[in-house]
Design a protein around this ligand. Structure first.
Ligand code: NAP
Length: 318
């Protein structure tokens, strides 16, 4: 077996969404030798957003385009980039933090966790079985497969309502199925959906089972007020019921809230020295590109201060 190579940095950033890239820009400008790693392609969740209209400075910009700009900006300051890495182990507890991939051990004295969040699953029968065959968590990726078809979006938040509107570009009918009688989405987003003829709301209703043969054919629903079950014929189901944190590699090492989001203070400091969390992965009141980017900046500045306090940055000793 060939030995893994070792790479030393002042700061390792895990995750390359708005929080990760913003942290990278601030850290590199703060003169830290910085590595940014991601298990996927760079850009994080916003790369999949069709467009954003609330990132200041851009009244309308594609999510992928915005994240390309973040990456180009980090490139300007010489951040070392490692996309598509297979992370096997992360040690946050020791003073020297390590991130082990299949061929490399990354070492640093500070680390920023900016791994974001992933779509929550409904946990109902048929969901796993029909994943990729009618069940999708990404309207932008899969919407075009539903041209002139009927789909159901589950959830009442911004994601559900915005993605439902997007799906009307392809589908002939889009149901929004929500468990309460009030939507959670912003009023401006709700208004757009109410005006869209292709959208029909089914409120106070939860999904019980997704059924079909090769692909999805129908969904069994239950009205929570009457307890009546009924069947709705659909070709696709898009659950948009929120997000949970990407923390698989850190569970048990760090303080997390009851939903698993990492607890931080105002400096993005976690329960461990030299470890910071930024963006959707942390316990934050607002999960937006702008708040994630702001978190990243704060986390990077905290890491700079921490390294100044402990001793010379590791990378300058090697
Ligand atoms: P969210 O705001 O947490 O909404 C999740 C929705 O799913 C809620 O309506 C919730 O119902 C429902 N839900 C949760 N668990 C469910 C279950 N097991 N079965 C059925 N329904 C369930 O999540 P999100 O819409 O993904 O948004 C996440 C964050 O990103 C939010 O802060 C949102 O504002 C932000 N976001 C912003 C934009 C934008 O500004 N352009 C776009 C997308 C997302 P209840 O309402 O009853 O809790």
């Amino acid at each position: 077996m060939t030995e893994k190579k070792e790479l030393f940095f002042d700061l390792i950033i895990l995750g390359s969404g708005p929080a990760g890239f913003s942290a990278a820009i601030y850290a590199a400008r703060g003169n830290l030798k910085t590595a940014i790693l991601d298990i996927n392609m760079f850009g994080g969740q916003p790369s999949n957003y069709l467009e954003l209209e609330n990132y200041p400075g851009f009244s309308l910009i594609g999510g992928f385009e915005l994240m390309e700009k973040f990456e180009e900006h980090a490139d300007k300051f010489g951040v070392e980039k490692f996309p598509m890495v297979e992370i096997e182990k992360v040690d946050l507890v020791n003073e020297l933090k390590t991130v082990e991939t299949n061929d490399t051990i990354f070492k640093s004295k500070s680390i920023i966790i900016a791994t974001g969040a992933k779509a929550k699953e409904l946990g109902i029968k048929g969901e796993k079985e029909f994943k990729g065959r009618g069940v999708s968590y990404c309207a932008v990726c899969d919407g075009a497969f539903y041209k002139d078809k009927t789909v159901a979006v589950i959830g009442g938040g911004n994601s559900a309502v915005e993605e439902a509107i997007y799906l009307t570009k392809f589908a002939k009918k889009v149901y929004i199925i929500h468990r309460r009688d009030q939507l959670r989405a912003d009023k401006i987003v709700q208004e757009r959906a109410f005006k869209n003829d292709k959208i029909e709301f089914i409120l106070c209703t939860i999904p019980l089972e997704i059924q079909g043969t090769n692909t999805v054919e129908n969904i069994i629903l239950k009205n929570v007020e009457t307890n009546k079950q009924f069947n709705l014929e659909v070709n696709g189901v898009f659950p948009y019921i929120g997000f949970g944190p990407n923390v698989d590699k850190f569970n048990g090492q760090i303080k997390q809230n009851s939903q698993g989001f990492i607890e931080t203070d105002n400096n993005m400091q976690t329960s461990l020295n030299g470890v910071y969390a930024a963006g959707d992965v942390r316990n934050t009141p607002l999960r937006q590109v702008i708040t994630a980017a702001a978190d990243g900046a704060v986390a990077a500045c905290s890491a700079v201060k921490y390294l100044e306090q402990i001793e010379l940055p590791l990378s300058s000793n090697v």
